[in-house]
Design a protein around this ligand. Structure first.
Ligand SMILES: [Zn+2]
Length: 494
């Protein structure tokens, strides 16, 4: 077994900070995951093509959907359809403010940008932060081709200003605001050019359907130049080195905190960052899969697979969310491949998919609620996960989390083997409870599932706090899962 050769100890916190800072959107997260997979020999597969002949035993592959969800896996040398699959799952998205399709706003001499709330953010934490813009832009190229390009402007461009305390003395006891009218960021001051463009349209500076294009060419939609501030579009053109604004067909852009993620605390024990929910689990499962890659693969009878889905924060129902057919389709393809001599063997029997599912296990990983020192009464008295105390197993009698005792026995065994501490969490009976992709995929596939994740503070704030020490614990646990699951799965009898 090649795992006995220990490499130089990895600095997970530093690597994680880099990953966070280069992943302001799910598109960027998936791009960065792809790069790391490719560096380790993973090859891209397309859902648009047949995989017959291209998927081999011991092979390493990944597939993306919408460039915001990704599934990566390595097939064991002894894999046969019907064998178990060790699956980790996480999500790539976080609550965020997204630029509206018609974003141009002006008020009191300020240029403003209309934004839409995505997910259940702690929106008051967005006030007074320096905000930048990232996402993807659909660009028209020659020959009628439209291509998607990633963009990260990396500049403090916007601000949602609070009102001075002198104008609202109640602000420290009561801070309520309307998300449509008060959460509107400023992006600049109106200049002469902007003023004249305001005169040519009405509706408080926002363009409406009365605005006509000079061109006689029919356009089904209002032109992008009329929908968004010219200054903003110019920034996109500059950054992407496009010939002009007309090259921009459309975009999906979000705002993010310009302040970079960093380590903090007396001993650098904290991670201060946006998107810890849930780039934490994307990062740890990726590190674990990469470290487990090729380890004892010649004796592996299963498949080691990680899945990172978009759209968890809004319920997972989309073509690329955990509630889609993305993962079931991949599992089906892997069990129904036609093959040649060198290919994965396959008797082409649909019941093999069901056998595989029944033998597989899904570690659904999402961050959990670390105990808050100033609000400890909001937690169940005996279930207060500590930052630095290791991954938290989430349990809920009402199945908001999927953990049951056979799953717990499995994870305990994996954690004991690699000396990773675990913690237990239930919510108090008088407290609301979150949920994860665990119940969604478990009910969809029938695969045994356990919910767990590293503890953080201020979940869904623009600036969350996690613990640097917990990263290595989770990587070790997931690596242990990938390497040992197929030999352990028939040893836990229900
Ligand atoms: Zn989450």
């Amino acid at each position: 077994m090649s795992s006995t050769v220990t490499a130089t100890k990895r600095n997970y916190p530093e690597e994680f900070i880099k990953f966070l800072n280069s992943s302001p959107t799910p598109f960027h997260a998936v791009y960065n995951i792809k790069k790391k997979l490719e560096a380790k020999g993973y090859k891209e597969l397309s859902e648009r093509e047949t995989w017959n002949g291209s998927v081999k035993k011991s092979g390493k592959y990944y597939v993306t959907r919408n460039n915001s969800s990704i599934i990566a896996f390595q097939i064991g040398e002894n894999w046969i359809p019907g064998n178990p699959i060790a699956i980790t799952g996480a999500h790539t998205d976080s609550p965020v403010l997204k630029i509206k399709p018609i974003s141009k706003r002006k008020s009191e001499g300020y240029l403003q940008v209309g934004v839409e709330c995505y997910g259940g953010g702690i929106w008051h934490s967005w006030f007074d932060s320096d905000l930048s813009i990232a996402g993807r832009v659909m660009c028209k190229e020659q020959d009628g081709v439209t291509v998607s390009k990633l963009i990260d402007l990396k500049r403090p461009l916007l601000k949602i200003p609070t009102l001075a305390i002198h104008l609202d003395r109640t602000v420290n006891t009561k801070f309520e605001f309307n998300k449509e009218t008060k959460l509107l960021p400023i992006i600049g001051l109106e200049n002469e050019e902007e003023k004249s463009s305001a005169d040519s349209s009405n509706n408080n500076g926002c363009c409406n359907s009365d605005t006509k294009l000079e061109s006689s060419q029919f356009s089904s939609l209002q032109n992008i130049i009329e929908r968004h501030h010219k200054g903003l579009l110019d920034l996109l053109v500059q950054e992407l080195q496009l010939p002009n604004v007309d090259s921009i067909e459309d975009f999906e852009l979000i705002l993010y905190d310009h302040k970079p993620s960093c380590l903090g605390g007396i001993n650098n024990e904290f991670v201060f960052s946006a998107r810890l929910d849930n780039l934490t689990s994307c990062f740890t499962s990726l590190c674990a899969l990469l470290e487990a890659s090729d380890v004892d693969i010649e004796n592996e009878s299963g498949i080691r697979l990680m899945a990172c889905f978009d759209h968890e924060e809004i319920g997972s129902s989309s073509a690329q969310g955990a509630d889609s057919n993305f993962l079931p389709n991949i599992l089906e393809r892997l069990t129904l491949l036609k093959c040649d001599d060198t290919d994965v063997t396959c008797p082409l029997n649909r019941s093999l998919i069901l056998e595989s599912s029944a033998k597989s296990f899904f570690l659904s990983s999402d961050v959990s609620h670390g105990v808050h020192p100033n609000y400890s009464s909001n937690y169940e008295s005996k279930h207060k996960p500590a930052l630095g105390g290791g991954p938290v197993i989430k349990i809920n009698a009402n199945q908001r989390y999927m953990t049951n005792s056979p799953g717990l026995a499995l994870v305990k065994k994996l954690a004991d083997d690699v000396e990773v501490p675990l913690q237990l969490f239930v919510v108090a009976n008088d407290s609301p409870c979150g949920s994860t992709i665990g119940p969604i995929l478990a009910s969809k596939t029938g695969i045994r599932t356990l919910d767990l994740g590293n503890p953080i503070l201020s979940m869904h704030s623009i600036r969350e706090t996690g613990c640097a020490y917990d990263l290595e614990y989770q990587v070790k646990l997931f690596k242990s899962f990938f390497e040992k699951y197929s030999t352990l799965e028939n040893k836990i009898i229900v």
